[in-house]
Design a protein around this ligand. Structure first.
Ligand code: DAT
Ligand code: MG
Length: 139
């Protein structure tokens, strides 16, 4: 059974979308393993997005992630990484299908509401970064 790291970004928290997004993951069949509202430090944001540090938008991305509280979660289920990415939709909301989170709630790539791990390796890394001493609930 896989686990994936999901984070509602500051725009999603400000727009009161936590409940709707948690509901979509619950209804899909994922199990919630851990969750918290937190302010991300610059250091953690830079580590989280380390694969993108050469991109021209890296500075803007980090500034956005630390601009307000995020809601970080660990969800568990079959093919959790790929199934969560399907719920979230394409990175650029212009390309995200209606019915996906980004397709329904976002207009612009630089404020696209939510993060989901893109591989099992990155899921493990990101869960370790945000949730040290991970809880293991079974239900
Ligand atoms: P994803 O979040 O779908 O995994 P990513 O890992 O390629 O996408 O990029 C991380 C975030 O960086 C993305 O959610 C929004 C931002 N981003 C990506 N491409 C961008 C661009 N061309 N301009 C501005 N921000 C961008
Ligand atoms: Mg990514």
């Amino acid at each position: 059974m896989e686990q994936t790291f999901i984070m509602i970004k500051p725009d999603g928290v400000k727009r009161n979308l936590i409940g709707d997004i948690v509901s979509r993951f619950e209804h899909k069949g994922f199990r919630l393993i851990d969750a918290k509202l937190l302010n991300v430090s610059r250091e953690t944001a830079e580590l989280h997005y380390c694969d993108l540090r050469e991109k021209p938008f890296f500075g803007e991305l980090v500034a956005f992630i630390i601009s307000g509280p995020v809601f970080a979660m660990v969800w568990e289920g079959e093919h959790a990484v790929k199934n969560a990415r399907a719920l979230i939709g394409a990175t650029n909301p212009v390309e995200a299908s209606a019915g996906t989170i980004r397709g329904d709630y976002a207009l612009d790539v630089s404020s696209n509401i939510i993060h989901g791990s893109d591989s099992l390796e990155n899921a493990d890394r990101e869960i370790g970064l945000f949730f040290k001493g991970q809880a293991a609930f079974s239900y």
